[in-house]
Design a protein around this ligand. Structure first.
Ligand SMILES: [Zn+2]
Length: 271
């Protein structure tokens, strides 16, 4: 299957600050998510832009490792390594074939968003169980979202807040990692089960940051990397990559896009 490559040239800072989870899981989340993403950009964004250029200008340096197969994998929607962002858009007809309902505490009732792909759902349960043993109670808020769900969310956002705001705060259909079935937004009682940047400063958020990779997940949208990932800092958005790859990306300290580029893959990024 050939995936659409959407080259976004000259992305404005406003467009860069789109939230991957925005307008995401239910009607009420629009306000909370918009709030979390409406905070003004911090000063380090400018700094990070130049950092981006430097990183992506580097020659591939090291270990062949996963490289050869990965070029195909990142373009294959059903691959655990699939790259889904504003440049690499998922097709309308893609839906994972192995979705299951996650067996962890959830916040919302919508059955669709309680789902992940089987391997990711199992890993999520392992992670939640391990957290519990450390006295950390996590909640899953929003997992799989179909292309059509994202269409509705985006259109609702346009209706309620206008197109400009929708472009700013709501992911366009095909550009949400949630469509892969490999993403889960997690939260905690300490932030009233919301998706908010504050989560990153809670014991639960810190636990996730330090341990998610052990279970195959990465924090997909780290702080200060908005210009690269195309999304605001989302300490709650976990992406399943599988144990080996997640550990490598975590170890690298890079975003997934930067990691792939360092592996020698010629990927398009926002400019
Ligand atoms: Zn998310």
């Amino acid at each position: 299957m050939k995936r659409k490559r959407l080259l976004v040239a000259g992305v404005l800072m406003n467009a860069v600050l789109l939230g991957a989870c925005m307008g995401s899981d239910d009607g009420t989340s629009v306000t909370e998510d918009a709030h979390s993403s409406a905070e003004p950009p911090s000063n380090d964004h400018t700094e990070d832009t130049s950092e981006t250029e430097t990183n992506f200008g580097q020659e591939p340096t090291e270990e062949a490792g996963l490289t050869l197969d990965m070029e195909q994998d990142i373009l294959t929607p059903s691959s655990l390594a699939v790259l889904a962002n504003k440049q690499y858009s998922l097709e309308e007809d893609y839906a994972p074939e192995d979705l299951v309902t996650v067996e962890v505490p959830t916040v919302l009732e919508d059955p669709e968003i309680k789902q992940m792909r089987k391997e990711a759902a199992d890993a999520l349960k392992d992670m939640f169980d391990a957290a519990e043993k450390d006295g950390i109670t996590l909640f899953a808020r929003s997992g799989y979202r179909s292309y059509q769900t994202q269409v509705s969310l985006f259109q609702n956002y346009v209706s309620n807040h206008g197109e400009e705001a929708a472009n700013k705060y709501s992911a366009r259909p095909g550009q949400s990692e949630h469509q892969t079935g490999l993403a889960m937004d997690v939260t905690s009682e300490s932030v009233n089960y919301q998706l908010t940047e504050e989560f990153g400063n809670t014991p639960e958020g810190e636990w996730v940051r330090e341990n998610a990779h052990r279970y195959g997940f990465i924090i997909r949208y780290p702080k200060g990397k908005e210009a690269i990932t195309g999304y605001i800092f989302e300490p709650w958005h976990l992406r399943y990559l599988g144990g080996e790859l997640a550990a490598e990306v975590h170890e690298s300290g890079l975003t997934y896009e930067e990691y792939l580029a360092k592996k020698g893959l010629d990927i398009e990024i926002a400019e």
